[in-house]
Design a protein around this ligand. Structure first.
Ligand code: MN
Length: 343
């Protein structure tokens, strides 16, 4: 197996923050959508952007087909989003600009449409993100994959265009910074801590507006899902991989949604007994798979071979019309075939 060249941080492909800001100032109506199975970074970044744009008199709408994870539903700024509405149901030609935040490519945009979202020529597209696999699908783009979160990229953006940080803006941005760094436990944590410190100086309340309403506020179903992932773990000693499989029936019992499921894998990466880990979660007619690396195994190669993508440390894929038993075999066979590559 050939060693695949990892993409460099292509900052030279980026447009400038100034160009993005000029474009936004020149427009009246702006549309955003949370991404598939929205997380804290998606919510925090979109709400922060909306808040900043409304302060300069813009009309801004945020939609999300998928619901938030249970523990994020109570956040005071989540009411800025119209849930249950898909971007494909909106006449996007009415908007001067669509901003995609935290979307690596157009498959992140809508779980209703999955891969079939067509944008070209309908509206001007701004893409701001931190995913390494970002496809630069916007008319203008700014991607910095060294950042812990899209909210961290927005901190740089807002600083450069001289936006005033108040406590509300800082709270919303801190949500993305904290959740996308696993509450300051992933490899990106040192940058995330600096961002957090800046936001706290500008009025964010980490304990009252983040830890208490989000981290300490998970439903029993969310935690039972994590417990089941840990309980169902199997280890393949030959491949040094741990994996966990959860069926549709079990998911239904816990009353959790796609956003909850997306977060579960994070809890498996702190276990020392294997070099990388994946899960397979059955959601109606699809099986959602996620990888997390430990000990330097590049898991993006496995996800890509299974039709998905992501980062070296974290990657995902989906399998359709296949049983859990066949999916397990398929993933293990794929790992075997691709082989273990370390970064
Ligand atoms: Mn993110």
């Amino acid at each position: 197996m050939e060693k695949i060249d990892l993409k460099k941080n292509d900052l030279e492909k980026n447009n400038s923050f100034e160009e993005i800001w000029v474009r936004l100032k020149d427009s009246k109506k702006i549309l955003m959508t949370l991404h598939v199975g929205p997380d804290g970074d998606s919510l925090g970044a979109c709400c922060a952007m909306k808040y900043v744009l409304e302060r300069i008199g813009k009309e801004v709408k945020i939609v999300s087909y998928d619901q938030l994870a249970e523990n994020m539903k109570g956040l005071y700024y989540s009411k800025e989003v119209e849930f249950g509405k898909d971007i494909s149901e909106i006449d996007i030609s009415e908007y001067d600009v669509i901003i995609f935040l935290d979307c690596g490519d157009l498959t992140y945009v809508s779980s209703k449409l999955n891969q079939n979202f067509k944008l070209i020529g309908k509206s001007f597209v701004i893409n701001i993100d931190h995913h390494k696999t970002n496809t630069y699908f916007g008319d203008i783009n700014y991607v910095d994959f060294k950042k812990a979160s899209t909210c961290s990229v927005l901190i740089d953006f807002f600083k450069e265009v001289k936006i005033k940080f108040d406590s509300k803006l800082s709270d919303m941005l801190l949500l993305g910074v904290a959740t996308d760094s696993g509450y300051f436990s992933y490899e990106t944590s040192e940058g995330a801590l600096k961002d957090a410190s800046f936001l706290i100086e500008n009025g964010a309340k980490y304990v009252d507006n983040l830890l208490k309403p989000v981290l300490y506020n998970q439903s029993w179903g969310q935690r039972r899902f994590v417990a089941l992932l840990i309980n169902n773990l199997k280890i393949n000693n030959k491949l040094k991989v741990g994996y966990s499989i959860v069926s549709n029936e079990e998911i239904k019992k816990f009353k959790i949604n796609l956003a909850d499921v997306r977060l579960g894998i994070n809890e498996l990466q702190f276990i020392s007994d294997f070099d990388f880990v994946f899960n397979l979660v059955e959601l109606n007619d699809i099986i959602k798979g996620s990888f997390r690396s430990k000990k330097g195994v590049d898991v993006s190669l496995f996800a890509e071979a299974l039709g998905g993508g992501g980062h070296r440390e974290a990657a995902a894929f989906r399998l359709e019309k296949i049983s859990l038993a066949d999916a397990e075999k398929k993933v293990l066979d794929t790992i075997q075939k691709v082989g273990i590559h370390r970064y």
